[in-house]
Design a protein. Structure first.
Length: 239
């Protein structure tokens, strides 16, 4: 069963430290996405079409408009009506967001050059739905397209094991050391890269949020693998 998310924070009018760490997380995601696209020589972003499957509030989709992807070529789909309402409120009107299931997407074959999935595979509800989702993404993705998957890894329960609200969601996590996600997607995709991205607990000192001056140090430590990271990024090409 597809998970429903709570978007009360994104709908809040109050600025908080949560916003700072969310932006910092997005920075870490964005710097790796840009680096991978450069390495793969996929740099003609003004010509590309982008899909975020399970787009949430659309913040990562909007990031691509800052990299020269035209808003009209940005698409997002999410099963949560609240999430799509937020996308439409926060995004340029020419961007394309709609309520729908990633198990049966209303897009033409081989339409997208870049597909982004953030927290999607952990939430779709087990192996059959993971494989069905990967088939749908493969169908709508161009043959020379690239898929970025941001999701929880083997450190997730060690880091969030005392957070009942998180554990009650019963997310699937993927062991990045033994190729678990790669194996689940191997019929449709081949893995190109993997890297650890972020962990919210890295931004806390005891019960307090880390000072903003510590973020550059945390960034460096995460890059070196010295900080435990509960989220990884996997990069895939189609077979």
């Amino acid at each position: 069963m597809l998970q429903e998310y709570d978007y009360r924070h994104e709908d809040s009018t109050l600025l908080s430290n949560i916003d700072l760490y969310k932006i910092f997380n997005n920075y870490r995601v964005n710097k790796y996405i840009i680096g991978i696209l450069l390495a793969l020589k996929k740099t003609h972003l003004s010509e590309y079409k982008v899909l975020e499957a399970g787009c949430g509030n659309g913040d990562k989709t909007r990031m691509f408009t800052e990299l020269r992807v035209k808003p009209k070529n940005c698409y997002g789909i999410d099963i949560n009506e609240k999430a799509i309402s937020l996308c439409q409120e926060l995004s340029p009107s020419s961007m394309n967001f709609q309520v729908g299931s990633v198990l049966d997407m209303p897009y033409e074959n081989k339409q997208f050059d870049i597909v982004l999935c953030s927290g999607l595979f952990s939430a779709v509800g087990g192996e059959p739905n993971i494989k069905k989702t990967s088939e749908e993404i493969s169908r709508v993705m161009a043959d020379d397209g690239v898929m970025f998957v941001i999701d929880i890894n083997e450190n997730f329960h060690n880091i969030y094991g005392t957070n009942k609200a998180v554990l009650d969601k019963n997310f699937t996590h993927f062991n990045s050391q033994n190729g678990e996600l790669e194996s689940l997607l191997k019929k449709e995709f081949k893995n190109v890269h993997h890297m650890h991205i972020f962990s919210a607990d890295s931004y806390r000192v005891g019960e307090q949020a880390a000072d903003v001056s510590k973020l550059s140090f945390i960034d460096s430590e995460l890059d070196k693998g010295f900080e435990g990271s509960a989220y990884s990024m996997w990069v895939f090409n189609k077979r």
